[in-house]
Design a protein around this ligand. Structure first.
Ligand code: TTP
Length: 243
C-alpha cells in the first residue's frame, strides 16, 4: 500500500489500482462466440462501458503474408501436414493480439478463446487423430508452458463457456458456410465438445485439468436471436456482469 502526503500535510493511504479482469469466451465451433461478444457485450447497457472486446484473429489465419496464404484452409485440407504449423500460428496470433489489447482502460476485457482451449481442446484433438505426431506435440509442449508463464496477460481470471450440443453447433456451422469448414464433421464437433467438457469440468470427468479458474456456463442450446430478443440479451449480460 502506498503512502501519500495530502495537501494539508497529513498522510493518507492511496488505494491500490484495481486490477483489470480478463474473461475468455469458450465453446465449440459455431456455438456463437462472435455473436455473443458483438451483441451481448457491445450492445447491452450493463456491459457497454465496462468491456473491451478482443475477437479471435480468424482473419489473420485466412490471410498470411503478401501471398495471402490461408493456413486455416491448409490445415483442413492437409491436417497431417499442417496441424502443427496451424496451431503454432494460432498461438502466435493470440500473443500478438493480447499485446495489442493490453493497454486498454476498460475494467473488463472479454477475449474470444484462449491458449488453454487451443491446448486442451484443439491440440489434444489433432494429436489424438494423429495429425500431430509425437515429435510435434513434444515441440509444442516444450515451449507452451514457458511462454505462457512469461506472458501473464494470457492467463484469464475466468472463462465464460457457451454450451450447446454438437448437433446444434453442426446446424449453425452448416448455415454459416465458412468454406474452410466444409470438411468438419459432426463427429469432430462431438470430439471437441467432449474435450471442452473434460477441460472445464475436470472433477466430473476425473481429469484434473491444468488450470483452476472459475467458469460461468451459459446455456446456448435454444436458438436465441440476440438481435431481436432484447430480454434474453440483457439476462445474459447480467450474468456476465455478476460473474
Ligand atoms: P472457433 O474458435 O471455434 O471460432 P468460430 O468462428 O467457429 O466461433 P463462433 O462461431 O462461436 O463465433 O474456430 C474457428 C476455426 O478455427 C474453426 O474452424 C476451428 C479452427 N480452430 C482450430 O482448428 N484450432 C484452434 O486451436 C482454434 C482456436 C480454432
Amino acid at each position: 500500500v502506498d503512502e501519500e502526503i495530502k495537501e494539508d500535510g497529513s498522510s493518507g493511504v492511496k488505494p491500490a489500482p484495481k486490477k483489470r479482469l480478463t474473461f475468455c469466451v469458450e465453446g465449440n465451433i459455431s456455438v456463437g462466440k462472435s455473436t455473443f461478444l458483438e451483441r451481448i457485450a457491445n450492445e447491452t447497457l450493463e456491459l457497454q462501458d465496462l468491456v473491451e472486446i478482443v475477437p479471435e484473429p480468424v482473419g489473420k489465419w485466412q490471410d498470411v503474408g503478401p501471398d495471402h496464404f490461408n493456413v486455416l484452409n491448409a490445415f483442413y485440407t492437409e491436417p497431417q501436414r499442417y496441424a502443427y504449423t496451424f496451431q503454432n500460428y494460432v498461438f502466435v496470433t493470440r500473443v500478438m493480439q493480447e499485446k495489442e489489447s493490453s493497454g486498454g482502460i476498460k475494467p473488463l476485457r472479454l477475449m474470444e478463446r484462449s491458449v488453454f482451449s487451443d491446448r486442451m481442446v484443439f491440440v489434444r484433438a489433432v494429436h489424438e487423430a494423429k495429425y500431430m505426431n509425437e515429435m510435434e506435440i513434444s515441440i509444442y509442449d516444450s515451449w507452451f508452458d514457458p511462454v505462457v508463464s512469461s506472458l501473464p496477460g494470457l492467463v484469464p481470471d475466468g472463462f465464460i463457456y457457451l454450451r450447446a450440443t454438437p448437433d446444434t453447433c453442426h446446424k449453425r456451422m452448416l448455415l454459416r458456410k465458412r468454406s474452410e469448414e466444409s470438411k468438419v464433421t459432426l463427429d469432430y464437433l462431438r470430439d471437441l465438445h467432449e474435450k471442452h467438457e473434460s477441460w472445464l469440468f475436470p472433477f466430473e470427468s476425473g481429469n484434473h485439468g491444468i488450470l483452476s479458474v472459475p467458469a460461468l456456463v451459459l446455456d446456448c442450446e435454444p436458438n436465441i436471436d440476440f438481435s431481436r430478443d432484447v430480454e434474453a440479451k440483457q439476462q445474459y449480460a447480467r450474468q456476465v456482469a455478476n460473474f
